[in-house]
Design a binder for this molecule. Structure first.
Ligand SMILES: Cc1cc2nc3c(=O)[nH]c(=O)nc-3n(C[C@H](O)[C@H](O)[C@H](O)COP(=O)(O)OP(=O)(O)OC[C@H]3O[C@@H](n4cnc5c(N)ncnc54)[C@H](O)[C@@H]3O)c2cc1C
Ligand code: SF4
Length: 574
C-alpha cells in the first residue's frame, strides 16, 4: 500500500459495498517492452487481461476512459450515469443511421459491461453456420461446440442466473437460480402464454440471485444500466479486472490509443497513446491485442496506416470495417390498467427464443427473440416521443402514467452486409485523430424480419391485456467490422483472433463476430476472449518471435478462472 505524503493511508478504491481493488497496482515503464499491450479494458479486454496476468505474462491494458470507483463515481440516478458512455464524436449515415454516442458503447474500465443489461444467452449452434444453412450471411471458422466449454465456464465466472432448463439452441441450465418475475416479465409471460409461445423467466442474466464471494445479491432497484452500485450485476470491472491486478496486470486509465506501431520487420512493437494530460506516450510491447469495440477497433487500425499497410493495419483483404452489424431492437410499449412498475426489477429477466431460427413459412431467413426491457423514466420519455409523438402536456400525462406501462423489445438478427461499415471521417476528435464514420443500411431480408417481429411483439402485448400499444424502431448491440474467417482474402482475423497480416497483432472483442444471431452478444464476446487467452498462453513465447501459425485447439485452462468461480448459488440448479 502506497502512503500519502501526509502519512495517511489512501482511501481504498471501492468496487461496490464490499469489494476493494488490490493495491498497489504493479506499473510498467513505457520503455519496458511488456509481453502484451491490450487496447481497451471492456467486456473482452477485461477477461483477456485477467487470464494473461494469471498465466504470468507482463500485461498492460490501455483504457481511454476512467477507472471507476463505484462508491465515489456512480449514482443510482438515470441522468447522473451519462458519463458511462462513449460520447466522443462519431459520424453516422446510411439509409438507417445508427444512433451513436450515449447508450451505445462504454468508456471506462469495464467498457460496455458496465452499462449492459446483462442478458446472457448463448448463441445457437445454427448461428455458426448461417451461410451453409441459409445461403446468406457467413459461416464462422469455429462451431458452437468449440465455444460451448467457454460458455459453461463464463456462466460460472460472472456468474449467470437463469432457469433450470433453457429449451432453445443447445438446451442447458444455469449455475445460479432464476430471479423472481417483475411486472414487465409478467406481461411477457402472460402475453406469450395466451398465444402458445414458450417463455423462460428469471434470466439468463449475469446478475446475482444469491451472494457470490464478495458480491451481494440483487436488490431489485432497477439501476442496472447505470452500472449497478450494489455490485450484483457482473461487469469485468468487478469480475475480472481485480484478479488481473492481483496477478500483476497494469490497467492504465485515461489512456487513449492513437496508433499501433509496426517495425521494419513487419511486427507490432507497441502502441502510441495519449495519457490523461494529453501527452503523447509510447508503450513498447512484444505483441498487441486490440479490444476496443466494433467501432473503435477498426477506427484504430485504420488510423494506424503506415508504409507497407497504406489502407490500415490488418486490412490486406479490404474487409476491415466492413460487415458491421447491429441487431434490430424495436421497443414495443403497452399501457395496462393495473400497475406494472417497470423499474422494480432488472430490465433483463424474461424472454422467448421461439422465433430464433429460420422458419420456412416466413419470407425471410433467420429470426428474433422477444425480451423484457424496463426503461427508466428518461429513456421511457424519449421512447414515447419517438413512438407516439408525445410532447408537451401529452408527454406529461404519459409520464404521470409511467407505472402503468410495460416495454418489450425485439432482438432481431440483421445479416452482415458489405456496405454496412466503419470508415474514417474527415472530422477529428480532441486528440486530432480522425473519428469513425458509420454507414448502416437495412436490406430486404432485414426489413421483412423486422416487420414480422415488430407485429408479433405487438400481438403479445395485446394478448397480455394492454389497452394501448406503441412501437419505436431502434437498433442495439454493434458487432462485426473485423470479422474472423479462414480465408485471409475475405476476413481480418483467424479463428483465434490473430490478424492474417501481422502475426503478433490480435483483435479480441465483438468486432470479430461473423454473424450475430438474435442473442445478446456479451457472453459470446467474453467466451471468445477466454478462448483467445488459452490459445496465447499455450503458444507461449512463440507469439513474440515466430510467424508460424499453430491452428490446433488449446486446452481449456480451468485453473485460470477468477476466485469464487466454483461457488454455488442458492438455490443452485445442477
Ligand atoms: C444500453 C446497453 C445495454 C446492453 N445490454 C446488453 C445485454 O443485456 N447483454 C449483452 O450481451 N450485451 C449488451 N449490450 C452490449 C454489450 O455491452 C457489448 O456488446 C459489449 O460490451 C462489447 O464488448 P467489447 O469488448 O467488444 O467492447 P467494450 O466492452 O465496449 O470495450 C471496449 C473498451 O475499449 C475502450 N477503447 C476503445 N477505443 C480505445 C482506444 N483507442 N484507446 C483506449 N481504449 C479504447 C473503450 O473505452 C471500452 O472500455 C448492451 C449495450 C448497451 C449500450
Ligand atoms: S436491479 Fe439488481 S442488478 Fe440491477 S442495479 Fe439493482 S441491484 Fe443491481
Amino acid at each position: 500500500m502506497a502512503w500519502l505524503s501526509n502519512g495517511n493511508k489512501p482511501a481504498p478504491h471501492r468496487l461496490g459495498p464490499m469489494q476493494t481493488l488490490p493495491q498497489p497496482m504493479r506499473t510498467y515503464p513505457d520503455s519496458e517492452a511488456v509481453d502484451y499491450c491490450v487496447v481497451g479494458v471492456g467486456s473482452a479486454g477485461g477477461v483477456l487481461l485477467q487470464r494473461l496476468a494469471r498465466a504470468g505474462f507482463r500485461v498492460v491494458g490501455l483504457e481511454a476512459g476512467p477507472f471507476w470507483d463505484t462508491e465515489r463515481d456512480w449514482v443510482s440516478d438515470e441522468k447522473g450515469s451519462h458519463e458511462l458512455y462513449w460520447t466522443d464524436l462519431r459520424i453516422t449515415g446510411g439509409t438507417h443511421p445508427l444512433a451513436l454516442g450515449a447508450n451505445n458503447s462504454g468508456k471506462g474500465v469495464g467498457g460496455g459491461s458496465v452499462h449492459w443489461a446483462a442478458f446472457a444467452p448463448r448463441f445457437h449452434p445454427s448461428d455458426f453456420r448461417v451461410y451453409s444453412e441459409d445461403g446468406m450471411g457467413a459461416d464462422w471458422p469455429i462451431s458452437y461446440w468449440d465455444l460451448k466449454p467457454y460458455y459453461e465456464l463464463l456462466e460460472k465466472e460472472i456468474p449467470v442466473a437463469g432457469p433450470a432448463w433453457f429449451p432453445w439452441g443447445d438446451p442447458h441450465g444455469h449455475p445460479y437460480g432464476p430471479h423472481p418475475l417483475g411486472g414487465v416479465g409478467d406481461v411477457l409471460v402472460r402475453g406469450c402464454s395466451r398465444l402458445g409461445i414458450r417463455t423462460v423467466a428469471g434470466g439468463p442474466v449475469a446478475i446475482l440471485s444469491a451472494s457470490h464471494g464478495d458480491r451481494p445479491h440483487c436488490i431489485y432497484r432497477g439501476f442496472c444500466l447505470q452500472g449497478c452500485k450494489v455490485g450484483a450485476k457482473a461487469s469485468t470491472l468487478i469480475t475480472h479486472v481485480p484478479d488481473a491486478i492481483d496477478h500483476g496486470a497494469e490497467i492504465r486509465a485515461h489512456s487513449m490509443a492513437a496508433r499501433v506501431s509496426v517495425n521494419k520487420d513487419g511486427r507490432a512493437d507497441g502502441v502510441l497513446y495519449y495519457d490523461r494530460e494529453g501527452k503523447e506516450c509510447f508503450q513498447r510491447a512484444r505483441a498487441v491485442i486490440v479490444s476496443g469495440y466494433a467501432i473503435e477497433t477498426p477506427r484504430l487500425l485504420l488510423n494506424s496506416a503506415c508504409p507497407g499497410h497504406p489502407h490500415g493495419l490488418a486490412n490486406s483483404s479490404g474487409t476491415l470495417g466492413k460487415y458491421l452489424m447491429a441487431q434490430a431492437g424495436n421497443i414495443i410499449a403497452g399501457r395496462f390498467s393495473e400497475l406494472i412498475r417497470m423499474y422494480k426489477a432488472p430490465p433483463a429477466h424474461a424472454l422467448t427464443e421461439e422465433f430464433y431460427e429460420t422458419d420456412p413459412r416466413h419470407d425471410f431467413a433467420r429470426g428474433f427473440a422477444i425480451q423484457t426491457v424496463g426503461p427508466l423514466p428518461i429513456a421511457f420519455a424519449k421512447q414515447m416521443i419517438a413512438a407516439a409523438g408525445a410532447w408537451g402536456w401529452g408527454l406529461r400525462r404519459v409520464m404521470m402514467d409511467y407505472n402503468h406501462w410495460a416495454a418489450l423489445g425485439v432482438l432481431g438478427e440483421i445479416l452482415p452486409w458489405e456496405d454496412n461499415r466503419v470508415e474514417l471521417a474527415e472530422e477529428r476528435d480532441q486528440y486530432g485523430l480522425r473519428v469513425a464514420k458509420v454507414t448502416f443500411n437495412l436490406h430486404d431480408n432485414d426489413l421483412k424480419l423486422i416487420e414480422f417481429a415488430k407485429n408479433k411483439v405487438m400481438d403479445v402485448m395485446w394478448a397480455a391485456g394492454a389497452e394501448d400499444v406503441v412501437q419505436e424502431s431502434r437498433f442495439a448491440h454493434l458487432v462485426g467490422a473485423a470479422r474472423m474467417g479462414s480465408d485471409p482474402a475475405a476476413s481480418v482475423v483467424d479463428k483465434f483472433g490473430r490478424t492474417h497480416d501481422i502475426s503478433n497483432l490480435f483483435i479480441c472483442d465483438g468486432s470479430t463476430l461473423p454473424t450475430q444471431g438474435s442473442a445478446n452478444p456479451g457472453l459470446t464476446i467474453q467466451a471468445l476472449a477466454a478462448r483467445t487467452a488459452d490459445y496465447l498462453i499455450r503458444q507461449g513465447d512463440a507469439i513474440f518471435s515466430s510467424s508460424r501459425r499453430d491452428e490446433s485447439e488449446p486446452a481449456i485452462r480451468y485453473d485460470l478462472s477468477p476466485p469464487y468461480t466454483q461457488f454455488k448459488g442458492n438455490p443452485r440448479i445442477a
